[in-house]
Design a protein around this ligand. Structure first.
Ligand code: S3P
Length: 447
């Protein structure tokens, strides 16, 4: 079955107002937290992508029912011990590292063995980063040498832990926090700063939590065994999905875009800080705070000349999913951009650092790599007219979307494979591009 798109023309100037996909991190967290709250939670504007559908299937397997009515997902939880997994079950997290890691944190009291599996990409990702702290809580957990399948058998005798999370991984931090909800006493977590949606949601749910900032780290103390009530939540737009349209606009001629109602959590907007330091003028307007999260409309317009950046490594966690697309701007910048300590990029849905380097080289950009640091030698007049084929062997949604933006802004004749990968996070990506005037063709599926 053909699953590729063709792009042969740059996009023409556009001026539009768009809405992008709902935030994936918040969608997954809301589904999972609703599944252990007491009562019926109502979640609107939930992201309807494969990752979130897998989260809904997962809670269903654990005995939690949900219904969608008038666009609102109603999820009925029975509290912290409310999962009903009397038989041994298998959970398939599909492509989602966040779902796979967070759900383990919620299964620490499971009376029956739960087996966790995932797709080809997730099966190549390291789970020892959550298995190690969960073992400290006293949970029985086994893996295939740190990889899937993982089998977890909970325990009645959980103990709180002291843990250092050193990678700046919100997934690891959140898995520990979700496990700590089930443990008696106080869990203490020193975590390198990363997106803090879980902390903000916990505070909104009145879960006893103390957080102190200490340099690059947060010191988090969480008191377990407190039940919490169901909640209502309206999910805002995703900055990581907006990122493709921000860069599309920056790199296109005479264009402007407004992206409505995006979550601009301080720890998600590394991309905006980086691109503004490269001479963009991305502005937030109509700022609001919703249940502790900042929301705004994002205003972007084309830029003619970009400055290279020497990117501080402490931005990494705050732009972790956006580097692929940021590198396209570095490719056009005047000078050499430097990015450091990007090893975590190779641990995502695909080895994104390796893939980015090969991609940049394919379009004629010089890149030097020293371990996990890279230098990108920008070409301000970059314009392509060759033939380019992008094969994305692990079907990474963000690689596909990045390649589309490169094709639409740099020119050339492109065949980009694995179109269906967008279903992971942003099913309407191509429709929105077309609504801006992009000429993209693909074969309709014949059933
Ligand atoms: C996520 C955290 C990040 C990010 C992922 C979503 C989350 O992963 O890359 O797409 O929702 O917690 P790490 O926390 O492992 O860096």
């Amino acid at each position: 079955m053909s699953n590729h798109i063709l792009i042969k023309n740059k996009i023409n100037p556009f001026k539009n107002i768009i809405k992008v996909a709902s935030d994936k991190s918040l969608s997954l967290r809301c589904v999972l937290l609703a599944s252990v709250a007491i009562g019926v939670s109502r979640i609107s504007n939930l992201l309807e992508s494969e990752d979130v559908k897998n989260a809904l299937k997962t809670i269903k397997k654990l005995g939690i029912n949900y219904k969608k009515k008038n666009g609102v997902y109603k999820i009925e939880g029975f509290g912290l011990n409310g999962y009903n997994s009397n038989n041994k079950i298998t959970i398939n997290a599909g492509n989602s590292g966040t779902l796979g890691r967070l759900i383990l944190g919620l299964c620490v009291k499971s009376k029956k063995k739960i087996k966790l599996i995932g797709d080809n990409s997730l099966s190549k990702r390291d789970f020892s980063r959550v298995i190690e702290p969960l073992k400290l809580f006293g949970v029985n957990i086994k893996s295939n040498n740190s990889y899937l399948p993982v089998e977890i058998l909970g325990t009645e005798f959980l103990r709180p832990i002291n843990y250092l999370e050193n990678r700046g991984s919100a997934q690891c931090k959140s898995a520990v926090m979700l496990a700590a909800l089930h443990a008696p006493g106080i869990t203490k977590l020193k975590a390198k700063k990363s997106r803090n949606h879980t902390e903000i949601l916990f505070k909104h749910l009145n879960i006893p939590l103390k957080i102190k900032s200490k340099g690059e780290y947060d010191l988090i103390e969480l008191k377990g065994l407190n039940q919490f009530n169901s909640f209502d939540y309206q999910i805002p737009g995703d900055i990581s999905s907006s990122a493709f349209f921000i860069v599309l606009t920056l790199l296109s001629r005479k264009s402007k875009i407004i992206i409505k109602k995006i979550n601009i959590n301080e720890r998600r907007i590394g991309i905006v800080k980086i691109l503004n330091a490269m001479n963009s003028n991305i502005i937030f307007k109509n700022k609001k705070v919703y249940k502790g999260e900042k929301i705004a409309d994002i205003y972007v317009k084309s830029v003619n000349k970009f400055k290279a950046i020497n990117c501080p490594a402490n931005f990494n966690s705050f732009a972790i999913d956006e580097f692929l697309i940021i590198f396209l701007v570095a490719a056009k910048a005047n000078g050499i951009s430097i990015f450091r300590n990007l090893g975590e990029l190779n641990k995502k849905e695909s080895p994104r650092l390796d893939i980015a380097i090969n991609f940049l080289k394919m379009i004629g950009i010089r890149v030097k790599r020293k371990k996990d640091d890279i230098k990108i030698y920008g070409k301000p007049n970059l314009s392509l007219n060759g033939e380019y084929i992008v094969k994305n062997f692990l079907k990474d949604h963000r690689v596909f979307m990045m390649a589309c933006i490169a094709a639409l802004t740099f020119g050339g004749n492109w065949k980009i494979n694995d179109k269906d990968s967008i279903n992971t996070s942003f099913p309407k990506f191509l429709n929105i591009l077309k609504s801006l005037g992009a000429k993209i063709s693909w074969k309709k599926k014949i059933l």
